[in-house]
Design a protein around this ligand. Structure first.
Ligand SMILES: Nc1ncnc2c1ncn2[C@@H]1O[C@H](COP(=O)(O)OP(=O)(O)OP(=O)(O)O)[C@@H](O)[C@H]1O
Ligand SMILES: [Mg+2]
Length: 339
């Protein structure tokens, strides 16, 4: 039995080492470990029964001694079988399957007022009739943030969630490689695993076949132009699309986010005239998270009445409703100048 325990400990150590290289035990190795645990507990029970033998008149009977003897013989046979089987367990480790989700870091401390849009996106995801969902809205409104929140959902119904940042310059090869990495392939020149084949048709076919075997969710962030999913190697059976527009924050949520970035709690505005100037500046941010965050940070901590007044003056040309990105840029420039 001691030999078997040593073999088990060796295998457990081997598995621990393998985890550092993203490898996991084969099903055979797992079954062997379970069988060893079982025999260890049977042997422990046997030892107790053996020690108790003689404590009672029944315990020392010929019949119970015979039963114990049989149990000992069976245990020994199983121990012997497991010791021999251990030598045939090759390989013991195989590359672990890629994790279902690779969490994306979200930069904002908390996501304000996003639950409504998030649940709208979630319900579109539940709807199999809408295989393609577009999330759109002004720059800096929170599209990437919402997409990250969807990516990071703990109980996703998808067995593989793939995140790809597409960016301005659409590079199909990069999109294919990002997808392939999530399927367990290595990037060319990095890692020791298999890489995607060089020929475009082979790459497309490899991705098509690997993805069609999975219930996957592909999240494409920063998409600026039409992307032909079939040319990438992403299977999808219908052209039905649906969309979700990310709304601006309402004045209450804007104020919450603005105060958070200034570093002041709701109840820490002792000077009410400063508070009303700050509210007016907050309004100029037009409910756009990026401007609320940058202007809020620029106006953080210890700002005087005069400074708030100056800020409001600097932003006076900005209308109540943000019309276009030029106004967003004015707000960002204002924050930049205050750095
Ligand atoms: N609801 C929110 N609550 C708090 N912070 C937010 C929220 N939405 C976005 N932000 C923050 O605002 C900034 C801009 O958000 P994000 O990058 O998601 O916008 P975007 O719509 O993807 O912008 P772009 O069009 O430039 O890609 C980020 O710092 C993000 O953390
Ligand atoms: Mg973005």
């Amino acid at each position: 039995m001691t030999d078997l325990i040593v073999l088990r400990e060796d295998l457990e150590e081997h598995i621990k080492q393998g985890e550092l290289e993203d490898k996991g035990p084969t099903h055979q190795a797992q079954a062997w470990l379970r069988a060893v645990q079982e025999i260890e507990s049977r042997a422990a029970d046997f030892r107790v029964s053996f020690q108790q033998r003689g404590a009672s008149s029944e315990g020392s009977s010929w019949r119970s001694s015979y039963k114990l003897g049989c149990e000992a013989a069976e245990c020994l046979k199983e121990v012997q079988r497991l010791k021999t089987q251990k030598n045939n367990l090759l390989p013991q480790l195989i590359p672990a399957p890629p994790p279902a989700v690779v969490p994306q870091p979200i930069s904002s401390a908390s996501i304000v007022d996003a639950e409504k849009t998030l649940s709208e996106i979630r319900s579109l995801l539940e709807d199999n009739e809408a295989p393609v969902i577009g999330i759109y809205g002004l720059g800096g409104i929170g599209k990437t943030t919402l997409l990250k929140a969807i990516n990071n959902e703990p109980a996703s119904r998808f067995d593989l969630v793939i995140w790809v940042t597409v960016s301005n310059e659409l590079d199909i090869l990069k999109v294919q490689e990002d997808i392939a990495v999530r399927l367990g392939y290595s990037r060319p020149g990095k890692g020791q695993g298999q890489t995607l084949l060089a020929h475009p048709t082979d790459r497309v076919n490899t991705l098509l076949s690997a993805l069609s075997r999975r219930n996957f969710l592909l999240l494409l962030d920063d998409l600026w132009e039409k992307l032909d999913l079939e040319a990438v190697g992403v299977p999808f059976s219908s052209s039905f699309r649906n969309g979700s527009k990310v709304p601006l924050l309402n004045s209450e949520s804007s104020w919450t986010l603005f105060c958070e970035k200034i570093g002041k709690g709701e109840d820490q505005w002792n000077d009410l005239s400063i508070r009303s100037l700050a509210e007016a500046v907050c309004q100029k941010c037009g409910g756009l998270p990026i401007t609320l965050i940058t202007v809020g940070r620029a106006m953080a901590d210890g700002t005087t009445h005069g400074e708030w007044k100056e800020a409001l003056m600097a932003l006076k040309g900005i209308p109540v409703e943000l019309g276009d990105m030029t106004e967003v840029l004015i707000l960002l420039e204002f924050s930049f100048d205050r750095l």
